[in-house]
Design a protein around this ligand. Structure first.
Ligand code: NAD
Length: 357
């Protein structure tokens, strides 16, 4: 198969759909891979790496789209790319169709085969191509939170790990899912005292089994949240109710109960946020302050660490890329129920229930 990788042109996106290692595997399987020049630069992969791995470098995304049977990307195509997408071309990327009618209409009109990373689903209901980005965001939440706790950036002036003779900082994590567990692991590693809340006792049992004893689990209720916000220095929001807006677990009136300089990191901002005072921010201007409480609400946290994020994403996408390339999309989807769930729009027809709503 002829596979194409273009440079992402969406604002602030530095990730890339395939690494040189991925190109090497595809070429080994007798496929041809076209890579647009400088496509991987933002992630630290240079044209020479791709060339050495066996890719054919092309100057423009127009050439890559024109020659490829499958395009492997990271973000959804944007308006500039719509006219380049051809009938029967496979586009394998994050689409998030539910949030853009314009994109949905454009992909229907293109008659392409749209396979969306975010709806590929394992037998147990987990979303293997979303998990790595939650892992990155969960770990980053503590790295960012620790930074914004510093006094010069208006935090409480607390070192999360403490020092001998001085107690560590306290981290409260809402949600013990992928984000929450990775955040807990990082915070515990720094030596912070960690409290993690969830409404799901199975998750709390798991956390209790695998985490060190300075990570304490508690059932998430308004009462426990109101109690803990008074004493915790960094609060991470990582809750998710699938298919719904995040519940507002910290309301505006609660901010006055927090210590000045407390830092809130709302990872769930992409689902509307779990703090009432959340508004989406960017890496250029990541924080704002309300009632002396620092808010960090960046909607695409993994975008700040494109090297790690590209590797984390392509680790999980490459096996699917190989299946589609080796078998063709129809056979690959017939044989793999997880990949079949990724089919969203096929030759002008919406085939994924969630987008029809
Ligand atoms: N900002 C970013 O860059 C970024 C990156 C990746 C993921 N996210 C977002 O982070 C959020 C969490 O993702 P995830 O992969 O960890 O989801 P997940 O499904 O693995 O975990 C969510 C957890 O929240 C728990 N929960 C639900 N309601 C709760 C409540 N009232 N109190 C406490 N816990 C509650 C669930 O029981 C579950 O354990 C999602 O909104 C996701 O889209 C954001």
């Amino acid at each position: 198969m002829k596979i194409g990788v273009t440079k992402e042109i969406k604002n602030n996106e530095s990730r890339v759909g395939l690494t040189p290692a991925g190109v090497f595997e595809l070429v080994k399987n007798k496929h041809t891979v076209y890579v647009q020049t400088s496509a991987g630069e933002g992630s630290g992969f240079f044209d020479s790496h791709y060339r050495d791995a066996g890719a054919i470098l092309l100057e423009t995304m127009h050439q890559v789209y024109a020659l490829s049977e499958m395009i492997v990307k990271v973000k959804e195509p944007i308006a500039e790319e719509y006219p380049l997408i051809k009938e029967n071309q496979i586009i394998f990327t994050y689409f998030h169709f539910a949030s853009s009618k314009e994109l949905t209409d454009a992909m229907i009109a293109s008659k392409s085969i749209c396979i969306a990373y975010e709806t590929v689903e394992d037998e147990d209901g987990t979303l293997p191509l979303l998990t790595p980005m939650s892992e990155v965001a969960g770990r980053m939440a503590i790295q960012q939170g620790a930074k914004y706790l510093e006094k010069p950036i208006k935090g409480r002036g607390i070192l999360l790990g403490g020092v001998p003779g001085v107690p560590p900082g306290k981290v409260l994590i809402l949600g013990a899912g992928v984000v929450g567990i990775q955040a807990a692991k990082m915070a515990a590693g720094l030596g912070a005292h960690v409290t993690i809340l969830d409404i799901n006792m199975k998750r709390l049992r798991y956390v209790n089994d695998v985490m060190p004893s300075h990570v304490v689990t508690e059932l998430s209720t308004e009462y426990t949240i109101r109690k803990h916000i008074k004493t915790h220095d960094l609060i991470v929001g990582g809750v998710l109710i699938p298919g719904a807006k995040a519940p507002k677990l910290i309301t505006r009136d609660m901010l006055k109960d927090m210590n000045p300089g407390t830092v809130l990191v709302d990872v769930a901002v992409d689902q509307g946020g779990c703090f009432e005072t959340t508004k989406a921010t960017t890496h250029e201007d990541p924080t704002y302050i309300i009632d002396d409480v620092v808010h960090y609400c960046v909607a695409n946290m993994p975008g700040a660490v494109p090297y790690t994020s590209t590797l984390a994403l392509t680790n999980v996408t490459l096996p699917y890329v190989l299946k589609i390339a080796n078998l063709g999309w129809e056979k690959a989807c017939e044989l793999n129920a997880d990949l079949r769930k990724g089919l969203n729009i096929v030759k002008g027809e919406i085939v994924y229930e969630g987008i029809r709503k």
